[in-house]
Structures are given as C-alpha cells and as structure tokens.
Design a protein around this ligand. Structure first.
Ligand SMILES: CC(C)(COP(=O)(O)OP(=O)(O)OC[C@H]1O[C@@H](n2cnc3c(N)ncnc32)[C@H](O)[C@@H]1OP(=O)(O)O)[C@@H](O)C(=O)NCCC(=O)NCCS
Length: 164
C-alpha cells in the first residue's frame, strides 16, 4: 500500500466521508445513527469542524480512506477544555495502520489547541475501536449499559478518556 497522507478535510471530501460514515450507519453499530447522513448534512458537518474542532482525512492514491475529528464534548461553557473524538476508516482499508495515523494526528491537534481531555464514546461491541484508543493511552471511564438500540439489539456505550 502507498503510504497514506493526512490532511485537513475540505468540503470537497464530503462525498467520501459520507460513503465511509453511511456504510457504518447502515451495516454496523459503531454509530447509533439510524438514518444515513445527507450530502448537505455532511457538508454542514465539515463546515462546523474547523479550527480547534478539526476533521482530518487519510488519503491513499487520491482516495480518502478514513477520517478523524474533534467535536465539542458538551455545550455548557465549563466543558470547553474537553473534546470528543471520532474516527472512521473505510471498510476496505481497516487493519493497515490508518486508524493509528489518524489518531496520532487528531491527538496532536487536540494538544496544539490546548485541550485538557479527550473523550471517546464507543458504541456496541467494538474491540477494534477500543484497541486503537487504548493503544494511544486512553483509559476506561465506564460502560453505559444498554443505552442504545439498533438492529433489534441493546447496545452499551464504552467511555474512554485521555488526559492530555
Ligand atoms: C476502529 C478503526 C477506526 C480502527 O482503524 P484501523 O485502521 O482498522 O486500525 P489500525 O490498523 O491502525 O490498528 C490500530 C491498532 O488497533 C489494533 N486493532 C485494530 N483492529 C483491531 C481488532 N478488531 N481487534 C483488536 N485489535 C485491533 C491494531 O492491532 C493496532 O494496534 P497496534 O498499533 O498495537 O498494532 C476502524 O477499524 C474503523 O473505522 N472501524 C469501523 C468504524 C468504527 O468502529 N469507528 C470507531 C467508532 S467509535
């Protein structure tokens, strides 16, 4: 595989992000969304992810194969030093180190913007996602039992945290 590069996402990446994300919406439990995102919704999401709340993409041979982002953790003002991360790698590109590259970059961004804490909330049974977070120093906060329901199953959410 050609070495992936990591860069900031632009609105032109919306279709690629949409394809990666909606695959998980429709086939998996990594996201508790039930309805696919629209292209307009994805463009709006990219517009909201700039500056201290970036979205970065991994690119292999001009194809976007994954993304990672930092979103505000909660609205109330005193939570502003904490962000929540998300990370998605295209189904055909998983297990090749792209998740590690994206995580390294998004944590570098979190540090450079001066955040104090990053939260990951991992839905369902997702050993791959838990592994990549633990690999980067996150620790278990706890498990919210059966807070989601998708495909006729109750889903736990595992919360992990990294203090920067
Ligand atoms: C979770 C995900 C982001 C990981 O990305 P990836 O590119 O597949 O991961 P990498 O190949 O970079 O592997 C990262 C580390 O996790 C480990 N890992 C990856 N998948 C694993 C699995 N299923 N079980 C155990 N460990 C796993 C790797 O061994 C590696 O550890 P190492 O660096 O110590 O060798 C990716 O699989 C994905 O997008 N899955 C679907 C969507 C999803 O679940 N997103 C997370 C939502 S919370």
């Amino acid at each position: 595989m050609t070495e992936p590069t990591i860069r900031d996402a632009t609105e032109a990446d919306a279709g690629s992000l949409l394809a990666i994300y909606n695959h998980e919406v429709l086939t998996g439990t990594a996201t508790l969304d039930l309805e696919p995102r629209t292209l307009e919704g994805q463009i709006e999401w990219i517009r909201r992810h700039q500056g201290a709340n970036p979205v970065v993409v991994a690119v292999v041979e001009d194809q976007v194969v994954g993304f990672a982002s930092l979103s505000p953790f909660k609205e109330r003002a005193a939570y502003r030093t904490t962000v929540e991360n998300s990370i998605y790698v295209a189904a055909g590109a998983q297990g090749q180190g792209i998740g590690n590259l994206l995580m390294t970059e998004i944590l570098a961004r979190a540090r450079s913007h001066g955040f104090h804490s990053v939260i990951a909330r991992i839905a369902g049974d997702n050993p791959g996602s838990i592994a990549v977070h633990l690999r980067h120093g996150y620790e278990l906060v706890g498990v919210e039992r059966e807070v989601g329901r998708k495909f006729g199953q109750w889903l736990d959410v595992t919360e992990l945290q990294l203090l920067l």
